[in-house]
Design a binder for this molecule. Sequence first.
Ligand code: SF4
Length: 144
Amino acid sequence: MHQIRLEKESERVMEGKILHDSAYQRMEHRELDIESAGKIDGIQGEYVREIKLTSKMKEADRWQLLYYLSELKKRGIIKKGLLSYTKEKRTEEIILREEDERELINIKNRIHAIIAQELSPKLVKKSICSSCAYYDFCFSGERD
Ligand code: SF4
């Protein structure tokens, strides 16, 4: 929201980009913009595809895909999702249910409430932080 973009310098994001460039080559539709709602990596038949290196952020990956499915549904396009983890050689089917749509509204409201705050929320250290592109930004005021 505030145009702070640190992904370009992240090794992990770069790894993901290389994976995307190779994994999506065979797909019918790649890098589709859903107006202002985001960019879908690939569509294959009845599925929206998301390919990740590992399942470290499984829950976030699932909600990302559910968000795409719901944005497509709003535009009259009904799809299912496939979430693949290359290192684990595993793929999950993701179906958008009514309760997911309700929870997506709650998630969006919580995001907008954070955006509306004058200051960032207090730092919460999580195990995923060490591999996040925003680590230096979030932990800049922290001591070891
Ligand atoms: S470093 Fe941790 S708190 Fe900061 S954006 Fe990344 S995951 Fe979130």
